[in-house]
Design a protein. Structure first.
Length: 245
């Protein structure tokens, strides 16, 4: 986690090490920060966010990119829902590049990159894909495959070529890179630690990721204190919903 912006030391609520191929899901209360660390610099951490009180409202990649006119999100930016509300603020980032465009891997993309084969054929080499992990995690909350949207892929850089094709550049930030997301409403968070959908490597490989939920004080980079006009409208929409609740 990135403590360089903290005025006070944070209080750790939970701290989990997510092994390669695993998923994580949990509720993160408003005002708390969920900090992701790319332990070995391998990338491959995909995140979905939902309004915990009403999961039909969820992270919207197109609006997040369009409203802020930026595909590379970093500290000082926010993640919007499909209702125009701010789900969370990015209050710290040492990773530098996080993919908003490429979506999730599925069984087809993983088998294509890894030469196919069933779990029984691979024995202990099960090549898990992001989509299946997200479905399994969502099932714990009464949701299913219909509730999957394109995730926010942490620590992976994707560039857009002049002809519109996406190119996977690789992991960004190196070992120990972090990104901190502060919940602006109560969030349902779903995470898959699986290789990026565009990773061309013939070997299924990624490293561990750390997920830390914490309470922390004021931060130096805070979109709420110095928002763009578009972010300010998103915060107003969020606060209006919370006032009604």
């Amino acid at each position: 986690m990135n403590d360089s912006n903290d005025a006070t030391m944070p209080t750790v609520i939970t701290d989990d090490l997510l092994s390669p191929g695993a998923y994580w899901t949990g509720r993160v209360g408003r005002g708390r920060t969920i900090s992701f660390t790319d332990v070995e610099g391998t990338g491959g951490v995909s995140v979905l966010l939902y309004n915990a009180a009403e999961p039909s409202e969820r992270y919207n990649a197109p609006d997040t990119v369009k409203i802020q006119n930026q595909i590379f999100l970093t500290a000082g930016m926010v993640l919007f829902s499909d209702m125009g509300r701010v789900l969370c603020s990015i209050t710290g980032d040492t990773g530098g590049h996080h993919d908003t465009l490429a979506g999730a891997s599925d069984a087809g993309t993983v088998d294509s990159a890894s030469h196919g084969g069933t779990y029984q054929e691979r024995h202990n080499e099960r090549h898990v894909n992001t989509r299946d992990n997200l479905i399994a995690a969502l099932g714990r909350h009464g949701l299913d495959r219909r509730d999957i949207v394109p995730p926010f892929n942490l620590f992976d850089r994707v560039e857009v070529e002049p002809d519109g094709r996406f190119t996977w550049v690789g992991p960004g930030g190196g070992p120990g890179a972090t990104i901190d997301l502060r919940a602006e409403i109560d969030l349902l968070v779903v995470v898959s630690n699986t290789p990026h959908a565009l990773d061309p490597s013939p070997q299924w490989a990624t490293g561990p990721a750390r997920i830390t939920v914490l309470d922390r004080g004021p931060v130096a980079t805070d979109p709420r204190t110095d928002p763009t006009p578009e972010q300010a409208r998103g915060f107003e929409n969020t606060d209006r919903l919370l006032a009604l609740a």
